[in-house]
Design a protein around this ligand. Structure first.
Ligand code: NAD
Length: 414
């Protein structure tokens, strides 16, 4: 039977980045605009590969960026800084995109940081695009965030806005009754109980109240609490998180199943990560680091099916900038109890690995919203270290979940 060719989504899509001038957000904006203008290839994007063919993805040149930040800057100067550190965003490309980047920067406004912890508070210079905002109560902060995003949507005549959290990793927040139900959380907001909230929660809550899909790319635990999940469900809005799976954890989730398939018993898995940059500096604070460690350490016993000795270390090495290095030592036992080992070294540029994932996730969230899907999106598990509501950590199984979803979409679009 002849099938209808997929119709590309022709209207413009807003991409709202919390943490708009960070290394990852800047690489995403530069990369997306470079692809849109034919200055770069789409290498690294799952949505441009064969498994995603036949689906009406939002064209890359239809995406408009905006966001919230707590530091003064613009995309061009942030890109120049990245280039001076790692060379991952070539000078010539930045030069060709300069005007375009300055125009996307005009959509960035001052964010909020209630109870953000000292490591993040130290980053802030209180104004963005020359504008300062007075301190306000939690409810007014939420209203302001919503107003900012709606103004962006209206100004650029956008069909939809996808919100993405790319802010610095926050210290873990102790979960309590206020995070369990929407009613309790809203009471805490209205009582201005700042200790129960972090910036990620404000951003996720604002996105959920506006019915805008939300991608939580960081490990911060206060964004996707049961209370906020309830609001996404009430508003029939899709979301997914958390913490993008881009480096050492990606390799782990691909390799650990191999030991299981061959009945090689893993005795210990030691992993050490060294990285620089602002992200590394924030993670050098032990409370912020714990959020990341929790997210990186959870998957091995779940994949292998038994408890084992594991360790994940993260150290800040300023001169590395975004060129992260991970060294993993896997000690395992085979036939006749003989002990052997595997070691690997992963040297990746964090933002170069993560930016195409974020772009894919924006397209998947857009697709889900256009299909009327709501709540968590389990088929996106392969993109996350701690996929929301999914116990499956084996990358191969997660990949099959994604492929099965894409088959369903194709058959629905026929
Ligand atoms: N491979 C990767 O790059 C990767 C993978 C998984 C997760 N992540 C996570 O993504 C996030 C971004 O990574 P990055 O390398 O771009 O870090 P970054 O430090 O360069 O960027 C974070 C940005 O968020 C801003 N920010 C902090 N608090 C904010 C707030 N309350 N409101 C608005 N802006 C705020 C900071 O000023 C900074 O510009 C981090 O949490 C990181 O752990 C990154």
């Amino acid at each position: 039977m002849a099938t209808k060719p997929p119709q590309p989504r022709s209207r413009r899509l807003g991409v709202w980045l919390f943490g708009a001038y960070g290394g990852l957000a800047t690489t995403l904006v530069v990369g997306t605009r470079a692809i849109a203008k034919g200055l770069a290839q789409s290498q690294g994007l799952t949505t441009e590969t064969d498994i995603a063919s036949g689906i009406a993805w939002r064209p890359i040149d239809k995406m408009v960026f905006g966001g919230h930040e707590i530091r003064e800057g613009d995309y061009a100067s942030s890109a120049i800084e990245i280039n001076s550190h790692t060379g991952s965003l070539p000078t010539e490309l930045i030069r060709k995109l300069k005007r375009d980047l300055l125009s996307q920067s005009r959509n960035v406004v001052t964010g909020v940081m209630p109870n953000a912890g000292p490591a993040i508070t130290k980053l802030a210079d209180g104004k963005v695009n020359g504008k300062r905002r007075a301190a306000a109560k939690l409810r007014s902060q939420i209203n302001q965030i919503k107003k900012d995003i709606l103004a962006f949507k209206k100004k650029h005549k956008l069909e939809r806005v996808i919100c993405v959290n790319l802010t610095s990793t926050e210290p873990n927040l102790r979960m309590g009754a206020a995070h369990k139900t929407l009613e309790a959380f809203e009471k805490a907001i209205d009582k201005n109980d700042v200790k129960k909230v972090r910036p990620s929660a404000i951003y996720a809550y604002a996105a959920a109240s506006l019915g805008m899909p939300f991608v939580h790319f960081t490990p911060s635990n206060s964004a996707l609490t049961p209370a906020i999940e309830e609001l996404f469900e009430n508003n029939n809005t899709p979301f997914m998180g958390c913490d993008g799976k881009t480096g050492e954890t990606l390799v782990k989730s691909a390799l650990a199943p191999m030991f299981k398939y061959r009945d090689l018993r893993v005795l210990s898995w030691q992993g050490y990560n060294i990285l620089g940059d602002r992200d590394g500096r924030v993670l050098s604070d032990s409370t912020n680091k714990q959020s990341k460690l929790d997210s990186k350490d959870a998957l091995l016993p779940s994949i292998l099916g038994y408890p084992l000795h594991t360790h994940v270390g993260i150290d800040y090495v300023p001169s590395l900038h975004d060129l992260k290095t991970a060294w993993d030592y896997v000690h395992f036992e085979g036939f006749l109890g003989f002990k052997m080992s595997l070691q690997f070294t992963w040297q990746g540029c964090d933002a170069i690995l993560a930016a195409p994932l974020v772009l894919d996730l924006v397209r998947f969230a857009d697709l889900a919203a256009s299909r009327g899907e709501s709540g968590a999106l389990p088929h996106l598990a392969c993109f996350f270290k701690r996929p929301f509501g999914v116990g499956e950590h084996d990358l191969h199984h997660q990949w099959h979940m994604l492929c099965a979803y894409l088959d369903r979409v194709r058959s629905d679009e026929r």
